[in-house]
Design a binder for this molecule. Structure first.
Ligand code: CP
Length: 298
């Protein structure tokens, strides 16, 4: 059963294939396919770009509303998903606040695309980020990417750091010490003033307040001054360097308001690429549900 729970479910060959396919015109799929989109955590980009991708591929989607479902009567997540499998649904797209929620779903016989699991992983976000960087620089080999902000609570940072290093990029980090995971070494840490002078990509992250148990660490202004990409810092970036952000952006906190749509910002390009890579992933998983076809495609 082909799944996309983390990028470990894909080989590097498959990742390159998906990125290449994303840039080609994709026609509606042959045959009738259905997908259920189950979002247990808020989303704008991921949810609606999956819907856009499904519409373009001619996939019929079920939009799941947890509060109007039998979860309210105490039904488990597993039984809810087993129900969609029993309907004959071809694929599930799931976002859930619990990291590695999919480990509890081993008995299912239906492909799952992980649309974000707590502070765990966000594989389709990473694919769209890789596509954006490849479009900009042609290759990821030797690229210096600084991931800046709330690293500890960010599934985007987690997934991107792993795959960028596998693909030959150098990853450094900037942000508050209390939000640095223990595996990050001192030589990977930069101040924001150092980072902007060295990075090819400044990948800014939102403060994940929903994962802070109500603790307030920084005022917005003090965070912006110390760890934000301010207009003054942007002036010191390398001429070719770009700004990325998975969004939603808290304007004026991690990123100056005026920089969200600045010339070197690729934030809305990332959103546009989200539809392309999700089309590519949906098509690939639906067409490779049988292992034989999978072998033939890549
Ligand atoms: N980047 C991202 O996952 O955005 P949403 O939370 O709006 O889906």
């Amino acid at each position: 059963m082909r799944q996309l729970r983390t990028l470990n479910d894909l080989s590097i060959t498959e990742i390159n294939y998906l990125l290449t396919q994303a840039e080609k015109p994709i026609a509606p799929l042959n045959g009738f396919y259905t997908a259920a989109n189950l979002f247990f955590e808020a989303s704008t980009r991921t949810k609606y770009s999956f819907e856009m991708a499904e519409a373009k591929l001619g996939i019929h989607k079920f939009d799941f509303a947890a509060q109007a479902s039998s979860l309210e009567k105490g039904e488990s997540l597993y039984d809810t998903l087993k129900t969609f499998e029993s309907f004959g649904t071809d694929l599930l797209v799931i976002r859930h606040p619990q990291a590695r929620y999919y480990q509890e779903l081993e008995g299912l016989n239906i492909p799952i695309i992980n649309a974000g699991d707590g502070a765990g992983d966000h594989p389709t976000q990473s694919l769209l980020d890789l596509l954006t960087m490849k479009q900009e620089f042609g290759t990821l080999l030797g690229l210096h990417v600084v991931i800046a902000g709330d690293i500890l609570h960010s599934r985007v940072a987690n997934t991107n750091a792993k795959i960028l290093e596998q693909l030959g990029a150098r990853v450094s980090y900037a942000g508050p010490a209390e939000w640095m995971p223990p595996h990050i070494s001192a030589k990977q840490l930069l101040t924001m003033d150092e980072a902007v002078k060295q990075a090819d990509v400044m990948m800014m992250l939102r403060i994940q307040t929903e994962r802070h148990d109500g603790k307030a660490f920084w005022s917005k202004q003090s965070y912006h001054n110390r760890f934000g990409l301010t207009e003054e810092r942007e002036q010191k970036m390398l001429p070719h360097a770009i700004i990325m952000h998975p969004a939603p952006v808290n304007r004026g906190v991690e990123l100056a308001d005026s920089l969200v749509e600045a010339e070197r910002s690729r934030i809305f390009k990332q959103v546009q690429n989200g539809v392309l890579v999700r089309q590519s992933v949906l098509k690939y998983l639906l067409e490779t549900k049988g292992a034989k076809r999978y072998e033939n495609i890549v």
